[in-house]
Design a binder for this molecule. Structure first.
Ligand code: ADP
Ligand code: MG
Length: 273
C-alpha cells in the first residue's frame, strides 16, 4: 500500500513542494521492496533544475530501481517522489491525493527521458524513424515537424549522416547517441541515464559521454548512474553514493571522490578507482 497521505509534506517554508521551485526532483523517504527484498530503504534527495547528479554504488544497491521509481516505472511502496512540481502517480485535489490511472502516469512520465544501458532502439525502424516515433504517435506532432526536429537532434549528437541507417548498422556508441536523441525528442525536463556506457566497448565510451556533457552544458537536469568517475568529477554537480538501498554519502563530486567521509564509500572507491 502506498503511504501517500492526504496532506503534502512541507518544504521547509510551509509551502507545498508541488509548487514549482528550483527543485526538479524531490525524493522523500522513498521505500521499495520486491517481495521480502527491501531494495530502497528510505531515499531522501533533491535534484535542482540544471543540476547533474551522478549516482554510484555497488551492483545491487538499488540504483536502477531508484531511477525507475523517479519516472514511476516502479511504484514506490513508501515515501514520495516529486518531479517538476508533480507528485508522481498522484493528483492532488482540495488537499486530497488521488492515485492516477496508467494513462495519466504515462502523461507525467512524458517529461522524463530515460536512457538505458542496452540502447533499446526499435530494430525495424530507421534512425530517424526511431526518433520521430514518440513525438508523432504520443504527442501527435506533424510528421514534417517531427522529422525536422529529429534532424536537429541528430546533428546535436553528431549523427546527421546516419538518419536513414538502421540500428544494426551502427556501432554501440552511435546507437546510444541515437537513444539519447530519441529521448530528447520528447522535450523532457529531466533526463535519467542508467549506466549508459556500461555496455560499450571502451573506445566508444567517450563519444557518448561527450554528448552527455554537451547536454549538461545546455542546462539539462540529469541523474546519471555511472561507473565513469572522470565524468562524475568533471561534469557532475553532485555525487551520491548508494549502498544497500540507502544514500550513504553525497556531496560535490571532487570532495566525495577525494575525501569520502564514510567507510563504505572509501571501501567502494578503493575498489573502483
Ligand atoms: P543496481 O542498479 O544498483 O545494481 P538494482 O536496483 O537493479 O540495483 O537492484 C537492487 C536489488 O533489487 C537487486 O537485488 C535486484 O536483484 C533486485 N530487483 C531489482 N528489480 C527487481 C524486480 N523487478 N523483482 C525482484 N527483484 C528485483
Ligand atoms: Mg543497475
Amino acid at each position: 500500500a502506498g503511504s501517500a497521505g492526504d496532506t503534502a509534506p512541507s518544504s521547509g517554508s510551509g509551502t507545498d513542494p508541488a509548487a514549482v521551485d528550483d527543485r526538479m526532483v524531490i525524493a522523500e523517504n522513498v521505500h521499495k521492496h520486491f517481495g521480502r527484498l527491501e531494495v530502497l530503504r528510505g531515499i531522501d534527495l533533491e535534484v535542482r533544475r540544471g543540476e547533474v547528479m551522478c549516482v554510484i554504488g555497488p551492483s545491487g544497491s538499488g540504483k536502477s530501481t531508484f531511477l525507475r521509481c523517479i519516472n514511476h516505472l516502479e511504484k514506490v511502496d513508501g515515501g514520495r517522489l516529486w518531479v517538476n512540481g508533480q507528485l508522481m502517480g498522484y493528483r492532488q485535489k482540495r488537499g486530497k491525493l488521488y492515485e492516477l490511472h496508467d494513462a495519466q502516469v504515462a502523461e507525467q512520465r512524458r517529461g522524463i527521458g530515460m536512457v538505458f544501458q542496452s540502447f533499446n532502439l526499435f530494430p525495424h525502424m530507421s534512425v530517424i524513424g526511431n526518433i520521430m516515433e514518440a513525438p508523432v504517435q504520443v504527442k501527435r506532432e506533424k510528421r514534417a515537424a517531427a522529422r525536422e526536429k529529429a534532424m536537429r537532434l541528430l546533428e546535436r549528437v553528431g549523427l546527421a549522416e546516419k538518419a536513414s541507417s538502421y540500428p544494426r548498422q551502427l556501432s554501440g556508441g552511435q546507437q546510444q547517441r541515437v537513444a539519447i536523441a530519441r529521448a530528447l525528442a520528447m522535450e523532457p525536463d529531466l533526463m535519467l541515464f542508467d549506466e549508459p556506457t556500461s555496455a560499450l566497448d571502451p573506445e566508444l565510451v567517450g563519444e557518448v559521454l561527450a554528448v552527455m556533457k554537451g547536454l549538461a552544458e545546455d542546462g539539462m537536469t540529469m541523474v546519471v548512474v555511472t561507473h565513469e568517475m572522470g565524468f562524475a568529477r568533471e561534469v557532475g554537480d553532485s555525487l551520491v553514493f548508494m549502498d544497500d538501498g540507502v544514500v550513504v554519502e553525497s556531496g560535490p563530486p571532487r570532495e566525495v571522490l577525494a575525501d569520502p567521509r564514510e567507510e563504505r564509500t572509501q571501501a567502494f572507491l578503493s575498489r573502483v578507482l
